[in-house]
Design a protein around this ligand. Structure first.
Ligand code: 13P
Ligand code: SF4
Length: 378
């Protein structure tokens, strides 16, 4: 008996699993048994990777959870035939680039993108590079470095020009790696992560300029482009950019003694006021290693903050969100239990839905950029 029979999945007249729409009308909790049964049936053929911003109803099924560095490493190391990525598009693309021959990567909802990654398109990046060269910057003095939150074509662009990918957990190492080889860095697409990293390394703010892809010549003079040590792309995360320095003051006034910890996608003014910065994995580590009774205001996506609040309450650790309106990543949220059940049950029936496949010509150089990132580690 197949798992589909066992869990009573409605089949269409042709014997094919019903469309996604038939799952979307069902309640979340009715998916639990079906997801669990499909996972059992698929066994070791399938690994389920879950980013920390996923909903509780989804992440609880993950074999492996992590920040984007840890998950890309897991994708590179697994022998499973199918990598089901509960995260966003750029993460699944990176998994496909790092996967072995024959492995297939699935993203349960293809609409799970990242608004920051969408702020840089390959055509704009090529134009920016030309602008830099026209300004008199030579290729030997600058390296392009892209945040993991970018399209595969941009990773390939960086790889082909000797640059690399970084995540929020190894941005500083990536900057150091690049500065050991070149005088300047083009960093994209997150201006905040780039500025925070440069600032922490002691690079003066006036040596970091912002290139705006929507303005002629990036909206910046050739003289300033030539003089800059870091050229930052004008991109940001709409979730993290909402945190403001006033939120830090307010939460400290409300909870005396509270520690403020934030993701480096937050603005410099927020990071400077915070007690510590970290990737999602780094933030979790800070909370886990803190003594009983500690309290934290966390500046990151609300699902992770709420999960930590629940998990650490029994140890007397108080956790609140930095901004009490709570910031949701709507694209991460798109991966619902219904999408997960749909993807898994199709897999049980031998159908791969929503496969993420990066073109071979893009893969080659994108892999070079990702391999360099894995070499410098987190
Ligand atoms: P992490 O690598 O820290 O998990 O960050 C990914 C991300 O998209 C944060 O917005
Ligand atoms: Fe992208 Fe921001 Fe969502 Fe992270 S939190 S996936 S950067 S939109």
């Amino acid at each position: 008996m197949s798992v589909l029979e066992e869990v009573d999945v409605p089949l269409s007249a042709e014997g094919e699993a019903c469309s996604l729409d038939s799952y979307l009308v069902l309640p979340d909790n009715s998916m639990d048994e079906r997801i669990a049964a499909a996972r059992r049936a698929l066994g070791k053929t399938t690994i389920l990777l879950g980013h920390h911003y996923q909903r509780d109803e989804v992440i609880r099924f993950a074999d492996f959870t992590g920040d984007s560095y840890k998950l890309s490493k897991a994708a590179a190391e697994t022998d499973a035939n199918y990598i089901l990525f509960c995260g966003v598009h750029f993460m699944a693309e990176s998994a496909d680039i790092l996967a072995h021959e024959g492995q297939q990567v699935i993203l349960p909802d293809l609409n799970a993108g990242c608004s920051m990654a969408d702020m840089a398109e390959i055509g704009q990046v090529e134009e920016c590079w030309e602008t830099l060269l026209d300004a008199g910057v030579s290729e030997s003095e600058i390296l392009p470095l892209t945040y993991m939150n970018s399209a595969a074509a941009i990773k390939a662009f960086c790889g082909e020009r000797g640059g690399l990918v970084c995540t929020s957990s190894n941005a500083r190492k990536a900057f150091e790696w690049a500065f050991a080889r070149a005088k300047k860095i083009l960093f994209l697409p997150d201006q905040h992560l780039g500025r925070n990293t440069g600032h922490a390394m002691g690079i003066p703010l006036n040596e970091m300029v912002v290139y705006d892809p929507w303005q002629i010549g990036g909206g910046i003079t050739p003289e300033r482009l030539r003089a800059a040590k870091v050229v930052l792309w004008k991109g940001h995360c709409s979730v993290h950019q909402r945190f403001l320095p006033e939120h830090v003051d307010k939460v400290r006034a409300k909870y005396p003694g509270i520690q403020v910890i934030v993701h480096p996608e937050c603005r410099l003014e927020v990071c400077e006021k915070a007690d510590a910065m970290g990737s999602t994995e780094g933030l979790i580590r800070i909370v886990r290693e803190a003594p009983q009774g500690s309290s934290f205001a966390i500046g990151t996506e609300i699902h992770l903050v709420n999960r930590l609040a629940k998990e650490f309450a029994p140890q007397g650790k108080k956790i609140v969100t930095l901004d009490d309106t709570g910031c949701l990543c709507t694209t991460m949220y798109r991966i619902s239990p219904q999408h997960l059940a749909w993807a898994l049950e199709n897999l049980v029936e031998g159908r791969v839905v929503n496969r993420i496949q990066v073109r071979d010509d893009v893969k080659y150089w994108a892999r070079a950029a990702l391999d360099r990132m894995l070499e410098i580690r987190a």
